[in-house]
Each structure stands twice: as C-alpha cells, then as structure tokens.
Design a binder for this molecule. Structure first.
Ligand SMILES: [Zn+2]
Length: 306
C-alpha cells in the first residue's frame, strides 16, 4: 500500500495563527530548525489510483492540491474514494464541509462520530443537497470493513477500527456522555500483501488493544501531540495537562516512548504533533531521544510504501 502524510500537526497546525510560542515564532522567522506542518491527515491507496483519506483536516483543499495523485482525472471527478474519520475533533472533520462541491462522498466513522457531526449542525445541510451526496458507513471497533470504490468494487484495503481511550470533541463536552466510540484508531490492511498500517493519532492512555495493534503493525503512526504532560502549563499557554486533553505524552518514565519501546516490525512515527512540542525542532534533545529509541517524527509530504 502507498501512503502520503498530507498533514502531521495537531489542531491549530504549526505555526498556529494565534501562537507566539518559541517554536511558532522560530519557524515563522526561520530561526529554528523545523518544518511548518498542516493539520494531521494521511492518504492511503492499494493501487496508487483510488485513495482514502484518514481524517479530513481544515487544510484539506491545500493538502489535495499539493499531492497530484489526488487531482481529478475528468471534468468532474475525484480519486478520493472515501474518508475515514477517527473522532469528532474539528481538526479531523472540519474538512468534510470543504468538500461540498456536489461530489458524492463516502464517509467512514463510528455512529457516535457521525451523530456528533450531523445532528444539530445547520452547516451539515451543505452535504445533503442531493440524495447520495454523503454516504456514511459505520465503523465498529474490532470489525474489519472493506473499503470500496465509488462503483462498489473492493479497493484492496480493509479497515479495522481499534477502540482507543479518548474524549468527545471539545464542542460537545458536557452535552453528551462519553462513549467508547468517541475515538478510534485504525488498522488498514492491504488485502493483496497482508501489510498492516496502524494509525493511532489520538491516544489518551495505553491499553492492551493499543499495544496488540502496534505489535501487528508493519508501519505505525502514533499520538505525538505533547512531549510533556505539563507542556502548555509550563509555557503559560493553558491550564490543562496533556491527559486532560486525552493525549498520552511522549516523554518521561511513564511516557509513550519509554513504555512502547521498539514495538512492531516496521517504521514507527509520531504524528498529530502540537506546535509547542520540542520534537519539532530537529536539533532538540527530545528529538534526539525519539530517534535513539527507534522512532521518527512524521512531516508533511512524507511518502511510504507499506
Ligand atoms: Zn506555538
């Protein structure tokens, strides 16, 4: 399977429009060794022709334009056969509303995420302008689902959602009871080669399911939002710890890097990286620790064969 990182940053991107932290200032001024990043999304394909997007970021238009295999091949056409949404966070689903130009969309999400996005949302009517504009396909944790082309033929890829500790999106918090279907990871398997991509971009805490999925992975993308639990507090940018925002920090003795080690049999990459995270700086001690432990830091434009 072929894969392209369309975006690798957490919500807000890097730099973030209203952020003057050292990383954001430095990347704007060109005084730190770091690349700007758009908000997280990955494109995957079994054949290089039909593509599936893992999450729909607010920057989806530029991400599509920046990758020619996603460009139309007819006056009205898209090689994007479907979009898989892992949770209701706006950095993962706001892009759906940008795909409103009368193109049928196949959207894979848990029932919970579908309802969170569609119910009580006046803007969603833009994706219901004609019958069949948006077709939702239900993701159920633990159940493999064939990803299909627009004509219904199999794409060669199957997705198995993985239940992952998380939270309802910020805008629904306090309005809905938390559910295990608020947040999932994905195992995408190539039917022909058997290769498995594991994509866990939001992980609040380790679980046996998370560990098992990573052990099976030929390539794994993992929650790299924060290095430290108190990252935003220490920088005076917020009052919430990483865990309060449903993200397991990378660093420290209890962090994901020390806990997971060299798990799986292929490349391991951190993605969904917040602009405050020191691993964004290529010459930081935290980046060196990630590299020494056998992990990589995903960047926009990275292409892989799994
Ligand atoms: Zn910043």
């Amino acid at each position: 399977m072929r894969l392209r990182v369309l975006g690798s940053a957490a919500g807000g991107g890097f730099p973030q429009w209203n952020c003057g932290c050292a990383n954001c200032r430095g990347v704007r001024a060109g005084t730190v060794r770091a690349q700007p990043r758009t908000q997280e999304s990955i494109a995957v394909s079994a054949d290089g022709e039909a593509w599936f997007l893992l999450n729909a970021s607010p920057e989806i238009r530029a991400q599509i334009e920046g990758f020619p295999p996603l460009h139309p091949r007819a006056p009205r056409h898209s090689p994007i056969a479907g979009l898989l949404i892992t949770n209701g966070d706006l950095d993962h689903c706001l892009g759906l509303l940008s795909l409103r130009e009368s193109q049928p969309l196949a959207i894979y999400a848990t029932e919970r995420v579908r309802r969170g996005f569609t119910e009580g949302n006046a803007l969603y009517a833009t994706l219901e302008r004609f019958a069949g504009q948006a077709s939702w396909r239900a993701l159920r944790p633990g159940q493999a689902l064939e990803l299909t082309l627009s004509d219904g033929r199999p794409s060669g890829l199957a997705a198995t959602p993985i239940a992952v500790p998380g939270q309802p999106p910020l805008h629904l918090r306090g309005r809905v009871e938390p559910s295990p279907e608020d947040n999932v990871g994905l195992e995408i398997r190539d039917r022909r080669t058997g290769a498995a991509l594991v994509y866990l971009s939001g992980v609040a805490a380790p679980t046996p399911d998370v560990r098992r999925a990573l052990e099976r992975a030929d390539c794994a993308f993992f929650d790299g939002t924060f290095w430290a639990s108190d990252e935003l507090i220490a920088l005076g940018l917020g009052e919430r710890r990483a865990e309060d925002m449903a993200h397991w920090p990378i660093g420290g003795p209890e962090g994901s890097l020390a806990t997971l080690g060299r798990i799986g049999r292929g490349r391991r990459l951190f993605i969904h990286i917040n602009n405050t995270n020191p691993i964004l700086r290529e010459d930081s001690p935290e980046r060196a620790a990630v590299t020494a432990a056998g992990w990589e830091v995903a960047h926009d434009g990275l292409e892989l064969e799994v």
